[in-house]
Design a protein. Structure first.
Length: 570
C-alpha cells in the first residue's frame, strides 16, 4: 500500500467516557470500565480512539468545562487507571487521542479563581475582562449557547467574556503566559504517550479586540427556534440560508478572528517534536489545514452531516465541493455523528428503513475518501432518547433552551420540552447498551445512572445479543471494518464519481496503485438495474450486503433495495 500515516489508514471511534462503561457501579462511566472493553473495541476493528474530556470538571458542560488539565476526573479513576487504559489500547494496536479544550476553562479552574480575585491579580489578564457600558455589558455579543456573552462579576465590577456557558470563561490567547501554561498541559499527555488531540472549539479562540457591535437583526433564540421546530427535518432552504446569513452576522466578531492560524501553527510545532502524532480540528474550516501542511492534519467534513436526509446528490455535491477545496496533499476526515449531534440511527433513518439507513451510513463512512470517525453506540444502532422531564436534563444547552422557549418565545412547557429535547445533546449521550439486563448492563441493577438508559436495550439494541445474531448491525460493522483494512483502494484510493445524475444510488470508483474498486450504494427502497461501462470490466466481489456471485458482469448489476456493493475491477 502507498506509504500513509497511521491516522490516514485508521478508523476512529469516539468514546464518551461518562457513558461508555461503569466499572465501579456508581452510575458513571470510568477508565476501569473502558479498559475492560478494549477487547471489544479491538474485535470490532477500530484503530484509534478519541476520548471526550476525561479531566476534572464541575460538569456544567458535561466535561467541556475543565478545572485541571493534567489530572483525571475522580469519578473516572486515577492517572494510573488512565495509563492502564492507554497501555491496554496500545498493546492492542489502537491509538488514543484526547480532547483538547483551549478556548475556555471552567469557572472553577484555579486560574480563573485567581483571575477574578482582584483586578490586579497577576492572572487577571489570563481571561477577557472588560468594563461595562451604560450600566450594561461591554457590547451586544451573544454566547453561542444563548444569552449575553458577558457575565458581570460584582466583586471586581467588570464583565468577563464566555463564548459558551458562563461557567466556561474564555482564556485570553493573546497572553503569552496562557499559551505557556496550556502548552505545558499539551506536553504532559504527549509525554505520557497519547497519540494526538481532537481540538475543541478552535474557531472561537480569538475575538475582535475592538469589541465592535454585531449587526444581526434576529436574536439567537429566534434563530435556534427555527431549527429546533423543524427537527428532525431541516427548515426550508430559503429559511436556512437566511438563518445562516444572520448567524454569520451574529458572531462576526467572535469567530475565526486574526491570530487563530498563527496559534495553530505554534501548536503544530509542539506536536512535531513528538513522532507520529495527530491534530484534528472541530471545525470544517479548510483554512485550518494551513499553508503547506503547517497547521492541523485534518478538519472534519461537517457539511456532509448537515442534513437529515442523505441522498446520492447530497453526497456527490459535498464530495465535489470538499475534495476540490482541500489543499493538495491534505487528507479528508468524515463523520456522521458525535456527542453533539442527533444519533445517526435516528437522524438519517426515515422511520421505516432505519436499520438499512444505518448500514448505508457506515458504508458511506468506510468507502468515501478520508479518515472516518464513528461514535460509540452507533454500531448497535443506539437511537436518540428524549428526557421525560426537564429535571432529567444534564445538558445545560437544553435547559437554557427550555427556559428561553418559555420566557422569550412564550411557548407552553410541553412544547418547550419537545424543542429542548431536540436542541439538547443528552438524547445522544445516554449510557452504552451492553446487554439485555438491568441498566442495559452499563451499571449494576438498582444504580441510578447519570442519564437515563434508553429502554430499547430490551428490544435487541445491545451488544451481548447482537454478538450472537449473525445478521446484526454489530456484526455488519465488524465485517465492514475488517473488509476495509484489507482493501487498499478504500483507504488510499482517489475518488471518482460515476453516474452523476442517478437519484437513487451513489456510485463511485476508488483507485489506488494496487487496485480499483467500484462502490455502489442503493439509497432507495427500490431495486436497481445498473449498467456500468467500465471498458467491459468484470468485478471480483469485495463486499455486498446481499447474496452475490464472486464474479460479476458490471454491465448488468442488480441491486436490492438499500444494497451495498463493493467490487474490485478485474
Ligand atoms: C465543542 C464540544 C461541545 C462543547 C463545546 C464547548 O463544540 O464538542 O460538546 O459543548 O465545544 O466546549
Amino acid at each position: 500500500m502507498t506509504e500513509l500515516k497511521w491516522w490516514q489508514t485508521a478508523v476512529f471511534y469516539q468514546i464518551y467516557p461518562r457513558s461508555f462503561a461503569d466499572g465501579n457501579g456508581d452510575g458513571i462511566g470510568d477508565f476501569p470500565g473502558m479498559t475492560a472493553h478494549l477487547d471489544y473495541l479491538q474485535k470490532l476493528g477500530v484503530d484509534a480512539l478519541w476520548l471526550s474530556p476525561h479531566f476534572p470538571s464541575p460538569q456544567a458542560d458535561c466535561g467541556y468545562d475543565i478545572s485541571d488539565y493534567c489530572e483525571v476526573a475522580p469519578e473516572y479513576g486515577t492517572l494510573d487507571d488512565f495509563k492502564q487504559f492507554l497501555d491496554g489500547a496500545h498493546q492492542r494496536n489502537m491509538r488514543v487521542i484526547l480532547d483538547l479544550v483551549l478556548n475556555h476553562t471552567s469557572d472553577e479552574h484555579p486560574w480563573f479563581l485567581e483571575s477574578k480575585s482582584s483586578r490586579d491579580n497577576p492572572k487577571r489578564d489570563w481571561y477577557i475582562w472588560e468594563d461595562g457600558v451604560d450600566g450594561g455589558p461591554p457590547n451586544n455579543w451573544y454566547s453561542g449557547f444563548g444569552g449575553s456573552a458577558w457575565e458581570y462579576d460584582a466583586a471586581t465590577g467588570q464583565y468577563y467574556y464566555h463564548f459558551f456557558l458562563k461557567e466556561q470563561p474564555d482564556l485570553n490567547w493573546r497572553n503569552p503566559e496562557v499559551k505557556q501554561a496550556m502548552w505545558d498541559a499539551v506536553r504532559f499527555w504527549l509525554d505520557m504517550g497519547v497519540d494526538g488531540y481532537r481540538l475543541d472549539a478552535i474557531a472561537t479562540l480569538f475575538e475582535d479586540p475592538g469589541l465592535s457591535q454585531q449587526t444581526a437583526t434576529r436574536t439567537l433564540t429566534e434563530l435556534r427556534t427555527a431549527f429546533a421546530a423543524a427537527f428532525p427535518d431541516a427548515p426550508s432552504e430559503t429559511e436556512q440560508s437566511e438563518v445562516a446569513a444572520e448567524y454569520e452576522k451574529l458572531f462576526q466578531y467572535q469567530i475565526m478572528q486574526p491570530g487563530v492560524h498563527e496559534l495553530m501553527q505554534e501548536l503544530r510545532t509542539i506536536i512535531a517534536e513528538y513522532p507520529d502524532r495527530v491534530l484534528v480540528g472541530e471545525s470544517d474550516e479548510i483554512s485550518f489545514y494551513g499553508a503547506g501542511d503547517n497547521e492541523l492534519h485534518m478538519a472534519f467534513n461537517f457539511p456532509l452531516m448537515r442534513t437529515s436526509r442523505i441522498t446520492p446528490q447530497w453526497v456527490r455535491q459535498n464530495q465535489e465541493e470538499r475534495l476540490s477545496a482541500l489543499p493538495p496533499g491534505s487528507w479528508p476526515c468524515n463523520t456522521l455523528g458525535n456527542h453533539d449531534s442527533s444519533r445517526v440511527y435516528s437522524r438519517y433513518g426515515d422511520g421505516e428503513h432505519d436499520a438499512a439507513q444505518a448500514r448505508l451510513s457506515l458504508a458511506l463512512m468506510l468507502t468515501l475518501k478520508g479518515t472516518p470517525f464513528l461514535y460509540n453506540g452507533e454500531e448497535i444502532g443506539m437511537a436518540d432518547f428524549d428526557m421525560a422531564s426537564i429535571d432529567l436534563f444534564m445538558d445545560n444547552l437544553g435547559v437554557w433552551f427550555y427556559h428561553a422557549a418559555i420566557d422569550e418565545v412564550g411557548m407552553l412547557p410541553e412544547e418547550a420540552l419537545r424543542l429542548a429535547n431536540n436542541a439538547s445533546r443528552d438524547k445522544n449521550r445516554t449510557p452504552m447498551q451492553w446487554a439485555n439486563a438491568a441498566n442495559a448492563g452499563f451499571s449494576p441493577a438498582g444504580v441510578k445512572t447519570w442519564l437515563p438508559v434508553n429502554p430499547n436495550y430490551a428490544e435487541g439494541v445491545n451488544v451481548a445479543e447482537q454478538k450472537s445474531v449473525p445478521e446484526s448491525l454489530l456484526n455488519f460493522y465488524q465485517d465492514m471494518l475488517h473488509m476495509r483494512r484489507e482493501t487498499p483502494a478504500l483507504i488510499s484510493g482517489e475518488y471518482q464519481p460515476l453516474h452523476t445524475e442517478a437519484e437513487d444510488y451513489l456510485a463511485f470508483l476508488r483507485t489506488s496503485p494496487e487496485q480499483t474498486c467500484l462502490v455502489v450504494l442503493n439509497m432507495s427502497p427500490k431495486p436497481q438495474e445498473i449498467s456500468f461501462d467500465l471498458e467491459g470490466k468484470q468485478s471480483r466481489l469485495v463486499f455486498a450486503s446481499e447474496e452475490k456471485f464472486e464474479h460479476l458482469d458490471l454491465s448488468e448489476l442488480h441491486l436490492e433495495p438499500f444494497e451495498i456493493f463493493i467490487g474490485e475491477l478485474e
